[in-house]
Write a protein that binds this ligand. Structure first.
Ligand code: UN1
Length: 511
């Protein structure tokens, strides 16, 4: 049950004041915000018209033209200062994330930690935007590559990671010398406004210390999908990084392709885990519980399909069912809650539809019912574990809710084939203590996903690795490793420091 004394609109007003955006809520705003925790209206925010968006894009372009001249390590200094602001504001921003999207407290805080981590990564990167020097086939020649800033970077983020995903993109884009225009989910404008206020504070400190950081480096577009489409179609935006559903990616990708703009797409996941007979089952139960039920099943990396080898099925599955029965569901701000609300009634309806389809396909559903928290407009559910006879239709779709489809397998080859037999290709994992099984899973014949984990669930990636997946997940890579290259343009230069003019490939053109 939700505590009767809780007054979320009042708390949000206090948090916004602490975070430096006391004016974020405006009675005349077109967009009303409802907290998924108790369904209360938190307030209204003003949205951007097409003309507003044009003005912001022009400002971002002007900012890019200045910012690209600033040496990369100085750009890194701005991101370092932003990381410091995030550290001081972690408690307040994490709490705002929890209230706006219903994440449990530690996950709200964890999201801000993920922003801090990517800032640290980007600061180091600002001195490592290296190009190669390449051996040439011609005497007295040198070949090298230089990475240059690309331009205005459009960032489209989803409700479920309302600030961390922007930070993965923005921290890299900023050290790479780009400006950014962010279109967050219409459910999470407050987190976005607060985040950009913190960046503005960092920018003020940067400028006060003698740095040059133009207005317009980080613009915000608040509103609906017409703004996302605008980013995808606008000639001033050479790159759009978009996180969301596969349907969203399908709407945006052709618009980007039509003008040969770059896309970093991080779309739907339908992530699986394979549990082998040699697995440490204590560890597997804990990992599966977090990956499948954490964030109320609303991560793109959430575990949705579980393949259990026949020998251990009857040991593991009863333990999982017990975990599903006992997991604390309820107020995400209360100590001890592990599963908070779904984002809204539509998510609840989609979950119930998927469960009905699973039943029709012969699935045995445990859990999945609504949990009454004492608020009509809030949607809490007991996570559902569904024993399926086979990987049929409902299992192949991503339903953004805590549903885990469990299936039995005999051979690892069969499990690997099932792992790969869905349209999405984001994350995957195997639980085994057998080296051969783990290597087979990681090999060319193994998982076809962008993330392949051993003895860890598919969710909760660290920022140091490249994040993204294949097939309908969109193929983009964000965050760590060399994902930064997606935010820059590469120039290959061949320099002749001799007096003759040998042509490559031995071609003769003696004039
Ligand atoms: C998402 O759900 O869009 O790996 C991102 C994870 C998080 C990011 C999820 N670090 O689960």
């Amino acid at each position: 049950m939700l505590p009767a004394s809780r007054n979320l609109p009042a708390e949000v007003r206090d948090l916004l004041a602490t975070l430096g955006v006391a004016d974020a809520l405006r009675p005349d705003g077109a967009l009303a915000l409802r907290s998924p925790i108790d369904g209360s209206i938190l307030g209204r925010v003003v949205t951007d018209s097409d003309a507003d968006a044009e003005a912001k894009l022009a400002r971002a372009q002007a900012a890019f033209l200045q910012w690209r001249q600033v040496p990369a390590p100085q750009r890194g200094e701005l991101v370092r200062l932003f990381g410091l602001e995030l550290r001081s504001a972690k408690a307040a921003l994490g709490r705002l994330v929890s209230i706006e999207v219903g994440k449990v407290a530690s996950e709200g805080q964890g999201e801000v930690q993920e922003m801090i981590d990517i800032c640290d990564f980007a600061v180091g990167l600002s001195r490592q935007l290296h190009g190669l020097t390449i051996a040439t086939e011609r005497a007295e020649h040198r070949m090298m590559e230089t990475w240059h800033p690309l331009g205005v970077t459009g960032i489209i983020s989803a409700f479920n990671f309302p600030v961390a995903v922007w930070a993965w993109n923005a921290a890299l884009a900023l050290v790479c010398g780009n400006s950014t225009v962010w279109k967050p989910s219409p459910r999470t404008p407050l987190c976005a406004l607060a985040t950009l206020a913190l960046l503005r504070r960092a920018q003020d400190r940067f400028v006060a210390a003698g740095g040059s950081a133009p207005e317009g480096l980080a613009e915000l577009l608040l509103g609906g999908q017409e703004l996302a489409e605008k980013l995808a179609e606008h000639p001033l935006v050479p790159l759009v990084s978009a996180t969301g559903s596969t349907a969203m990616g399908r709407a945006l990708a052709p618009r980007l392709a039509a003008r040969f703009a770059r896309a970093i797409l991080e779309l739907g996941g339908n992530n699986a885990a394979i549990v082998c007979p040699s697995a440490d089952l204590d560890l597997a139960v804990r990992a599966i519980a977090f990956a499948a039920m954490g964030t109320a099943g609303q991560r793109c990396t959430t575990l949705r399909r579980l393949f259990v080898q026949a020998e251990v099925y009857d040991v593991l599955v009863p333990r999982l069912r017990a975990a599903y029965r006992s997991v604390p569901v309820g107020d995400p701000l209360s100590e001890g809650t592990l599963v908070g609300p779904l984002i809204d009634g539509q998510a609840f309806a989609a979950m119930q539809r998927a469960l009905a389809e699973a039943r029709a396909a012969g699935g045995v559903v445990h859990g999945g019912e609504r949990v009454d928290a004492g608020a009509a407009d809030a949607f809490y559910v007991r996570p559902a574990l569904v024993e399926m006879p086979a990987q049929t239709e409902p299992v192949c779709e991503e339903t953004f809710a805590p549903i885990l489809y469990v299936m039995r397998y005999d051979t690892l080859d069969a499990a690997l084939a099932l792992n790969n037999a869905v349209p999405q290709g984001l994350s995957s994992s195997i639980f085994t203590n057998d080296l051969r099984e783990s290597e087979a899973f990681l090999s060319v014949n193994g998982s076809d996903c962008g993330i392949t984990n051993v003895n860890i669930g598919p969710s909760g990636a660290e920022i140091g690795g490249a994040f993204g997946g294949e097939k309908e997940t969109g193929g983009g890579r964000e965050s760590g490793s060399d994902a930064w290259k997606g935010y820059m343009r590469r120039a290959t230069a061949t320099i002749n420091y001799g007096r003759s003019l040998p042509l490559a490939q031995g071609v003769r053109f003696d004039i």
